[in-house]
Design a protein around this ligand. Structure first.
Ligand SMILES: C[S@@+](CC[C@H](N)C(=O)[O-])C[C@H]1O[C@@H](n2cnc3c(N)ncnc32)[C@H](O)[C@@H]1O
Length: 232
């Protein structure tokens, strides 16, 4: 899918995005976002760029678990940001999260300006991954951390078979019906298949200049948190 098609798709499904996530993942995605937020430092004030922030679920989880943090959530789909803004008005009166329009490949942030970059279920949608990883590196302070949460294939063959059955056969028709589109969840399935395996993606993160590249499997490897550090 090209950029404008990705944006149009998220514009179409924005209103029901959170509900669809909850139903289709049985709320496991909530646990994964919590895990991501817990990987950020708790002992000092930090600034986080939450890229592909969508409806601000990750951004809000970060300030909930890391009260000293400030987050700028960046996304290129206006309708997702509108849902996010409405949610912030209800759930984040302290103003620690702000949302901004922007593209992962050209972040509207200064060089070496944030302590961490997070991106959840977003990198899979970016065609020019190397450009996005380069941007994450550029905006991180030396010593700053990148955390990428993304779907993945489980290592265990049985779990992988079950997961593929769900992803290939159940999710597309059910998700498309739930989102009242005929393509959104077919695209999700296709984009998960097109995304590189975790070893290849780790190599891409290293190629962008990151050190200490690692990955944490979640729920048997259905998703993973990839991490890297901009060398000091
Ligand atoms: C599946 S949603 C994830 C939203 C949120 N991070 C979450 O955990 O629910 C993917 C988001 O990535 C955004 N996105 C895709 N490509 C992007 C890009 N190149 N730059 C900025 N945002 C992008 C979409 O607009 C969409 O809001």
């Amino acid at each position: 899918m090209r950029d404008f098609e990705v944006r149009r798709m998220f514009d179409t499904i924005a209103g029901g995005y959170d509900m669809q996530n909850s139903v289709l993942s049985l709320r496991i995605d909530v646990l994964w976002r919590k895990r991501l937020a817990r990987m950020l430092p708790a002992d000092r004030p930090i600034t986080v760029a939450d890229v592909a922030a969508g409806t601000a679920e990750v951004s809000l989880e970060i300030v909930r678990q890391r009260p000293l943090s400030r987050v700028v959530g960046i996304d290129f789909t206006p309708a997702m940001l509108r849902v996010g803004h409405a949610k912030l008005a209800r759930r984040e009166p302290r103003g620690r999260v702000r949302l901004a329009a922007g593209d992962a490949r050209r972040l509207p942030l200064r060089d070496a300006s944030v302590d961490a970059v997070t991106i959840a279920f977003g990198i899979r949608n970016v065609q020019e991954r190397a450009a996005a990883l380069g941007e994450f590196f550029r905006v991180l302070k030396p010593g700053g951390r990148l955390l990428v949460l993304e779907f993945s294939l489980p290592d265990n063959a049985l779990l992988r078979g079950l997961y593929r059955f769900y992803f290939d056969r159940v999710l597309p028709p059910f998700g498309n019906w739930l989102s009242r589109t005929d393509y959104a969840y077919s695209y999700l399935m296709e984009s998960v298949h097109a995304f590189p395996d975790h070893q290849t993606f780790a190599a891409e993160i290293r190629d962008a200049g990151f050190a200490d590249v690692d990955q944490t499997p979640l729920t048997g490897g259905i998703a993973r948190i990839h991490s890297g550090v901009r060398p000091a």
